[in-house]
Write a protein that binds this ligand. Structure first.
Ligand SMILES: *Cc1c(COP(=O)(O)O)cnc(C)c1O
Length: 830
């Protein structure tokens, strides 16, 4: 159909719309993939039918009953012919919706002698995915290529029957999948693998041709309301040649049996005539089926054929896709990030339906919350859909969400239709607009205008846009850089070094995953620490983001304590892993004297792993509490005073040092299980100085690890040597690391825990002895600086949505007096 013909058809639809769809006045309906809309004449025709005919329950013998039966038989035939399906070859089973059709097929397979193998495509609707729970084995195919390879392989799924299910069209982004898989599978060398085609989304705006039973899917499900807007009915179309799979179905309901004996004997005779008689349990939705007749009739009158609808909607979708993808912010940035499959083309009916899934980005590349889009859409009367779209595989792969992120987002309270939908600078859902038979160019244009009006940044009035941070480089090459980053996932156990080049997330409570777990004593509930259990240094956790797990290894002497050397727990806080607080009382772990409600893991395997390793009965626990308990947030210690001005002082017989702590305003920052503050920073120069002194006295140099710092700042190796500046950190007030800013909260008080060798768990005297000689003030020994992250202010920037730092990042330091020289910093602290 050429452009002129398309435009002519569009005007015809525009005209009939005024007449047939009065509900669309003043609104732009873009959720046809949810349901399309019914025409006024469909309802009129249906009510005339209802008013003038007497229909009885088809299970009786009355005239009224006979009339119903006759009509329903005709309607079955008519529905089959809509898909060019020969009634000799196919039967149609009426069901409540597509999901009910899927469940009927699932039940039949579940009742096979050996159960069944189930394969499904990544793009499957939630209702298809659920079938896997009834299968003995299942597999998710993550791409078309995987499916093709699998069809070509000669091996089989064993003696079990197989069922392969996929959507003819993705309900997420409207991509249309190959329809020849059924035929190719049937002709492959595999033991029988049946196909279940989910055509619910496809047939809403496309024909489906079942004229060749050899090539047709064994089972096809549809939602009739998605085609006609009314009635609320679904259908399962079964290829007769594959119907025997239902012979083993165990359940029978009213209407599906000839006779049932249930008192002394237990016996029943199933109906044998037709498949639909055996599968339609209970009274049919007779009035809905009658309405289907009116629906098909009116649809043909209005649109002539599904072919016509397909061409019309493809034309509109192409226009919408082109317009949305060409939108640009004044700085050239893209506005719509569209989730389109590379194999599909808008305007091409065989690969793409009239659905567009996308997210919006602001002019600095940050994501716009779908909740915000939804609110504006509601105000402006656009009906669209946002969120997870009932397509978990498609959404996760489009958004690049790893399973642990989905789970974590879930436990962070992210659900379909929730306000906090940007997590870790990634959207957790998308916006979907979908078109139907009665959509027009006017709908397309008004939606594009809506996006332009509210989400495209025009460069007019704002001359002094402050949004220049993303490209901003430190003015001169920095003297300092981040030498290493370390997190301590389990409090008091070994650290995990962040690999160079990995951008690590900074949260208000510290570096991501730092001190989220701890070991608690089974009797007292107190958190264990290295001070009492030095061997904790040999418990080595690591964060495996690819597998989404916290991996815990035993090293050194601890390897002899148990036969298991590694355990893992999911990074996502899956509530099922934790002790049920109804049965056990919620564990109130005590950390540094605070009561915190950490949740203990209930796995006895985990508990015995740690208990055997350390020789003390303990549980692994996680903070924050996974249930939505409030009041569990810890805050940094009140004794931690905001850093003021350091004053130099001299300790007899030692080097001049500064006294870093002077009383000032109290700070209160959220922390997890760390002792005092979100982040601990140490300086390599200071450590070198300390070690020089230790070695001068014949002592053993200290490793950086004993200080359990998160950030080690060192002189840039590109800088000429000899410029070390030990204990300069005493004067630091703020840091810029990469693009992020941090505030120094005060010096860190030390105890003898720094004397535990982190490789062997043995206790030394150093570095505490030398520290106490050189870094003591007012009876307290200091090394390292408490630090916290300062979130930038513009919450729409990706730097703010997902703040990260990386090993090797340049470090810029600010003393109080130079803080005002940096615009960004000045804005942060003013
Ligand atoms: C809508 C839809 C379903 C679910 O249909 P129901 O009628 O709600 O059961 C299944 N699959 C796809 C592709 C859909 O679009």
């Amino acid at each position: 159909m050429d452009e002129t013909a398309c435009i002519a058809f569009d005007s015809a639809v525009e005209e009939l719309r005024a007449r047939e769809y009065p509900l669309l006045q003043g609104t732009t309906y873009l959720d046809h993939a949810g349901t399309t809309l019914y025409a006024k004449s469909l309802i009129e025709r249906f009510s005339a039918d209802m008013i003038s005919n007497l229909y009885g329950n088809p299970h009786s013998a009355s005239n009224a009953s006979q009339l119903t039966t006759r009509r329903i038989e005709d309607i079955r035939l008519r529905l089959l012919s809509l898909f060019k399906a020969d009634p000799q070859e196919f039967d149609v089973v009426f069901v409540a919706n597509a999901t009910a059709g899927i469940k009927l097929v699932m039940e039949a397979f579940r009742d096979q002698e050996h159960g069944f193998w189930y394969g499904y495509h990544r793009d499957a609707h939630t209702s298809l995915i659920g079938v896997r729970e009834a299968a003995v084995e299942h597999r998710c195919f993550t791409s078309d290529v995987e499916v093709n390879d699998w069809i070509q392989q000669q091996d089989s799924e064993g003696q079990r029957d197989g069922l392969f299910a996929y959507p003819a069209q993705s309900n997420m982004n409207g991509r249309r999948l190959p329809l020849d898989w059924s035929n190719r599978l049937r002709n492959s060398k595999r033991t029988p693998v049946y196909t279940l085609l989910d055509a619910a989304a496809l047939v809403s705006t496309s024909p489906l041709d079942l004229s060749n039973p050899e090539e047709a899917p064994d089972f096809t499900v549809l939602s009739l309301y998605k085609m006609f807007g009314f009635p609320d009915l679904g259908a399962l179309i079964v290829r007769q040649a594959s119907a025997s799979i239902f012979d083993k179905r165990r359940y029978f309901g009213g209407g599906t049996v000839e006779m049932v004996v249930c008192l002394k004997e237990q016996w029943h005779a199933k109906k044998a005539d037709s498949l639909h008689e055996r599968l339609e349990d209970g009274t049919l939705p007779i009035h809905s089926i009658m309405a289907l007749d009116s629906a098909m009739e009116v649809h043909r009158d209005l649109y002539s054929s599904l072919d016509q609808v397909s061409r019309h909607t493809a034309f509109l979708a192409k226009r919408l896709y082109e317009d949305l993808s060409s939108l640009r912010h004044s700085n050239g940035g893209k506005v719509c990030h569209i989730y389109k499959d590379s194999a599909s083309t808008y305007g091409e009916c065989s690969t793409q339906g009239p659905v567009i899934a996308f997210n919006l980005q602001n002019e600095c590349g940050g994501w716009i919350s779908n909740a915000e889009v939804e609110k504006l859409a509601a105000v402006k009367n656009f009906q669209l859909r946002t969120g997870g779209l009932c397509n978990p595989g498609g959404v996760a792969s489009s958004l690049g969400l790893a399973p642990w992120e989905m789970r974590e987002n879930f436990s962070a309270g992210q659900r379909c239709g929730n306000d906090n939908d940007i997590i870790r600078a990634k959207p957790t859902g998308m916006i979907r607009v979908s078109l139907g038979a009665m959509s027009t160019l006017k709908d397309v244009n008004s939606f594009v205008a809506f996006v332009r009006e509210f989400f495209v940044h025009e460069a007019i009035a704002e001359i002094t846009s402050p949004m220049t941070i993303p490209q901003q480089e430190p003015p001169t090459p920095s003297r300092l850089h981040v030498e290493s980053l370390c997190v301590y996932p389990i409090k008091s156990c070994a650290g995990f070094s962040v690999s160079p080049g990995a951008a690590w997330e900074v949260r208000p409570e510290g570096l991501a995953w730092d001190r989220e777990w701890c070991l608690v004593h089974q009797g007292t509930g107190a958190a264990l620490s290295q001070k009492r259990y030095p061997k904790m240094a040999l418990i080595r956790p690591s964060i495996d983001l690819d597998d989404g797990v916290l991996r815990i290894n035993l090293v050194g002497a601890l390897r002899e304590t148990t036969s298991t050397h590694e355990v893992t727990v999911p990074l996502s806080a899956d509530p099922r892993l934790f002790s049920n607080s109804d049965l056990y009382k919620e564990s109130h772990a005590r950390v540094c004297g605070d009561n915190v409600s950490a949740k203990t893991y209930k796995s006895s395997k985990l508990s015995s792993f740690f208990s055997q390793a350390l020789g003390v009965a303990c549980h692994l626990a996680r903070f924050p509490a996974v249930s939505s308990g409030s009041g569990s947030t810890r805050h940094s210690k009140a004794h931690l005073q905001k850093y003021q001005k350091a004053s130099s002082m001299q300790i007899p017989g030692a080097f001049p040092i500064t006294a870093p702590l002077t009383p000032g305003a109290c700070v209160s920052k959220p922390i997890l299980l760390s002792n005092e503050s979100p982040i601990l920073t140490i300086s390599r120069s200071s450590l070198n100085r300390l070690n020089e002194l230790i070695k001068a006295e014949g002592g053993k140099a200290a490793q950086a690890e004993v200080f359990r710092a998160n950030i080690v700042v060192a002189e840039n190796p590109d800088y000429p040597p000899g410029l070390e500046d030990p204990y300069a950190e005493d004067d630091w007030r703020f840091l810029q690391i990469g693009q992020q800013y941090f505030e120094m909260l005060g010096a860190c008080r030390r105890c003898q825990m720094v004397c535990i060798d982190q490789q062997t768990a043995e206790k030394n005297q150093e570095p505490f002895v030398t520290l106490s000689k050189t870094r003591r003030f007012d009876g307290r020994v200091y090394f390292g600086e408490h630090t916290c992250h300062l979130p930038l202010q513009d919450s729409s920037s990706p730097l703010v949505q997902n703040p990260t730092i990386t090993v090797g990042d340049a470090v810029r330091t600010f003393r109080d007096e130079d803080a005002h020289q940096d615009n960004q910093l000045r804005a942060l602290v003013s």
